[in-house]
Design a protein around this ligand. Sequence first.
Ligand code: AMP
Ligand code: GLY
Length: 420
Amino acid sequence: MNILILGGGGREHALAWAVQQNPKCDRLIVAPGNAGIALIAECASLDIENGGAVMGFCEENAVDFVVIGPEAPLAAGVADRLREGGVLCFGPSAAAARLEASKGFTKEICDACGAPTAGYARFSEAGAAKDYIRQQGAPIVVKADGLAAGKGVIVAMDEAEALAAVDDMFGGAFGGAGAEVVIEEFMEGEEASFFILCDGENVLPMGTAQDHKRVGEGDTGPNTGGMGAYSPAPIMDEAVTQKALEEIVKPTVAEIARRGTPYQGVLYAGFMIKDGQPRLVEYNARFGDPECQVLMLRLGAQALDLLLAAADGRLEEMQVTWAEDHAMTVVLAARGYPGSYEKGSVIGGLEGLPEDSMNMMFHAGTMADGGKVLANGGRVLNATARGATLQEARDRAYALAEAVEWPEGFYRRDIGWRAL
Ligand code: AMP
Ligand code: GLY
């Protein structure tokens, strides 16, 4: 079959790497792709948030299956447009993707289905929001309702910070995403991510991972899109996983279906776990980046069969086959990230790397320039490896990262510290 993947980050490189190993894949196109993806697939330039443009591209290129990587095309209704046009597609409708695109909506769903989550209130103007903060006290969490590229959450340790966040959000710091604000109880505990495939009706737990959101070692400094991840997440043991499925995930999927907008795609649930009890922090309507990289390295070619089964309602027949192993990914980012950074520096040392089923340097923000690879974003490379133990996966991933010659880049040296 001819397959189109939308996106151009490390997540999409990992998806492309897994999908193209499956004999069902005849032709693989990724839009826009990046320098690493270009080595294993065709890259196409396409407005991936425009459903009509994506549909037209599928017709011209006889695309049989589309995998949507990032959230923006989902929120823009690209999956809806493809399904209307008869193209099989992995990714939820715009209505179901509101689980990521509106934090207030997710809270409403949790209330309706009884899923444990932080206590909260929703506000559309600053005065009432500030009164609520003064009444509740700090620590407290202030969230822009809409999509804000991962930056719309302020975990405020004191009241002044929370009040300032309210002013920022209603002052337009996050554009339309901040027109409504959700204020939440601060939850303590350890975080983990759970990835669940959904076909509208059935759910199939895919795997767990732990991300490292802060830019600095020891989880310090500003939040980023994620500086490294590992899978599985030891905190998600059998008992916590069962609770998360029965108390949170299945009730959510049933409630969304009951509302006439069934969820098809991957549901990425973020939990806060304390004393063996998971509570929902947030949902995303896509794979995590860089969590997808560790999941794909561990899954390999079967990933395509799973994505296809989710898209055409056959998850009941499927199971996920895991090796008894661990994977880790270390993000190499441009100096300055998540603040301002330069693009265009040359990255060396990529050619001699061992790249196989155990080791992969997935590309995120890179571009090819003649024979050279240039940095073209904040998060640039993902050194990803598997091992029989997490320590072994870690040693391999760091060996890959160290082989890269890129003075303009940096990475955290402590990915996996909690588990190791
Ligand atoms: P989100 O974008 O909703 O995942 O939030 C980003 C990060 O903020 C999460 O990964 C948590 O570390 C933190 N966070 C969000 N909500 C809460 C909460 N209610 N209590 C504690 N930390 C939170
Ligand atoms: N790594 C966090 C995310 O993809 O949202």
